[in-house]
Design a protein around this ligand. Structure first.
Ligand code: GDP
Length: 333
């Protein structure tokens, strides 16, 4: 892409899993990339600069609207990807207020910052919405999986805050004719996932057990089921949503659901262990006040209209994550 026509993107959530995958994708596509990072002396700043040298970091906070206006004025983006959030379901029960402020109202702060700095209404906005908005209860769960039309019933302060973000995005689209869309993404994992999430916690522990660095893993409930895809596939879908003629919301999912126990079984198989029971202890500290039983998404609309399809399947995802953790952890032996 010629320098003069380089597209500009502003990302919130650069230190998170999706921010990293998206920055890498947009860099490949020739974008000039800006990202906000919180506060002075952020301990993650140096690592972020080292990992994404092609990203210009701007100090701003989703909780501080004036800082977002300044970020918009500096970045002058064509596209804004709002991936920043207090993003852990379990943690949101411990800090529901902060989750509401950042995961919920932070979306409004960003949308207002765009509206106030973009009088010609040219900026395209992506909101990271989530399958946690559906809640996974029997009564509203379609057999083939949740679609863009399914009813919501969030089961955590995180899910409730994300639902606000979803609706305010729709409201700004309808009220101000903004190109503002939500991707309703089912769980997506990978080598950039934090160990506070169950998949990475498992693959990291499995690698450490194999290398003799750890004896067992403590987990909560193993029966909940999730529609797990690979994050690298999902950021491609985010980008596609902003390249369409019309702003619309889309579900991104694999269309398959698997229990944590299945994930655990495959992960241990990768290191040659068939019976994982001696290595796993249940700890109630990792159980939640309300649980999402089963998530299954129906990605038909995204597949038809965006031409999107996940490339990495469930066994492929487990394998990729275990191999990555084995490579990292073996440097510690
Ligand atoms: P979520 O789907 O966004 O909540 O992603 P998580 O990876 O945090 O949790 C997925 C499922 O794993 C939830 O049903 C959790 O209750 C369950 N789970 C069981 N043990 C653990 C654990 O030790 N850590 C986490 N994070 N989740 C666990």
């Amino acid at each position: 892409m010629a320098e003069a026509t380089k597209k500009r993107a502003l990302i919130t959530g650069i230190t998170g899993q999706d921010g990293g995958h998206l920055a890498a994708l947009l860099h490949e596509k020739g974008y000039e990339i800006f990202a906000i990072i919180r506060g002075q002396h952020n301990p993650r700043r140096e690592a972020t600069e080292a990992e994404y040298p092609y990203v210009t970091l701007i100090e701003a906070d989703l909780g501080d609207q004036s800082s977002l206006i300044r970020a918009m004025q500096t970045a002058k983006p064509d596209e804004v990807y709002n991936l920043g959030a207090i993003s852990h379901v379990g943690y949101s029960f411990k800090d529901p207020m902060l989750t509401a402020d950042i995961t919920g109202k932070g979306v409004l702060n960003m949308l207002e910052a765009i509206r106030l700095t973009d009088p010609e209404n040219k900026v395209r906005f992506y909101q990271a919405s989530t399958s946690e908005m559906y809640g996974g209860l029997d009564y509203n769960r379609p057999e083939k999986g949740y679609t863009e039309e399914s009813a919501f019933h969030p089961r955590s302060p995180y899910g409730v805050a994300k639902l606000y973000g979803y609706w305010i995005t729709k409201n700004y689209r309808e009220s101000y004719d903004m190109f503002a869309v939500s991707g309703i993404l089912f769980n997506h994992e990978g080598e950039r996932r934090g160990v506070e999430f169950v998949t990475r916690k498992i693959t990291n522990a499995v690698a450490r057990i194999k290398l003799g660095l750890q004896t067992h893993i403590e987990l909560g409930d193993l029966w909940p089921q999730r529609d797990w895809g690979y994050a690298g596939d999902y950021v491609e879908g985010m980008w596609l949503m902003l390249q369409q003629d019309e702003p619309k919301d889309y579900v991104l999912a694999t269309g398959e659901t698997h229990s944590i126990e299945e994930f655990l079984t495959l992960a241990f198989k990768e290191i040659g262990i068939d019976d994982w029971k001696p290595y796993v202890k249940q700890n109630p500290a990792f159980m939640r006040p309300a649980e999402v039983d089963l998530l299954l998404g129906d990605p038909t609309k995204a597949e038809k209209e965006l031409g999107w399809k996940r490339k990495v399947d469930f066994p492929g995802l487990v394998k990729l994550m275990v191999e990555h953790d084995l490579a990292i952890e073996s440097t510690k032996v």
